[in-house]
Design a protein around this ligand. Structure first.
Ligand SMILES: [Zn+2]
Length: 186
């Protein structure tokens, strides 16, 4: 675990093994850093630094992007084998709701750990969008397994679904990115 150092000039806090020679924030050189005791407990800081939610959210994004790419490649004729196309999509459509639920649970956990409550406007908005994402991905699963769509129709459905899901994921990522920059309370 890195130690924390605080700049005596500007108050900037850095996490490093040893005291820095120059402050990355104000640029003052010399022995201006003092050891800093974070108000956040060591255990909580270790879990926060794992960035569990920020890592896991890449899974649903990767699956939706693959879904989009596979359906486009099929339309333009790059994937000729029908069973290869269906096999890949069946696997993705099955896994997608699972990783989306997993990422949402990790997000709730991360939000509670970071902000101690998850009923702030931004966190509530994220939760609503995440539930919508899960709902849409489950509806695609239902279409795939319970409706016998013609393969070309299914191709278009998957394409539209992947665009919609990417549309839901974009504001989630944008809000999430801003939240990561916020200071954590002690
Ligand atoms: Zn400084």
């Amino acid at each position: 675990m890195r130690k924390l150092y605080k700049c005596r000039v500007c108050g900037y806090v850095v996490g490093r093994k040893d005291s820095p020679d120059i402050c990355p924030a104000c640029g003052v050189k010399g022995k201006i850093f003092e050891e800093y005791e974070s108000p956040i407990s060591r255990k909580r800081r270790i879990v926060l630094e794992l960035n569990i939610h920020s890592v896991i959210v890449h899974l649903p994004i990767a699956f939706v992007s693959s879904m989009f790419l596979i359906s486009v490649l099929r339309i333009i004729g790059f994937i000729n084998d029908r069973s290869v196309f269906m096999g890949m999509l069946r696997a993705i459509v099955l896994i997608l709701p699972c990783v989306a639920i997993f990422a949402t649970i990790a997000g709730i956990f991360d939000g509670k750990l970071r902000f101690k409550r998850i009923n702030t406007p931004h966190l509530k908005k994220k939760l609503v969008l995440a539930c919508f994402f899960i709902f849409v991905s489950i509806s695609l699963f239902v279409i795939q397994y319970f409706f016998d769509l013609h393969q070309s129709t299914y191709n278009i459905v998957v394409l539209i679904y992947s665009i919609v899901l990417l549309g839901i994921a974009t504001p989630l990522g944008l809000i999430g990115g801003r939240l990561l920059d916020s200071k954590v309370r002690g």
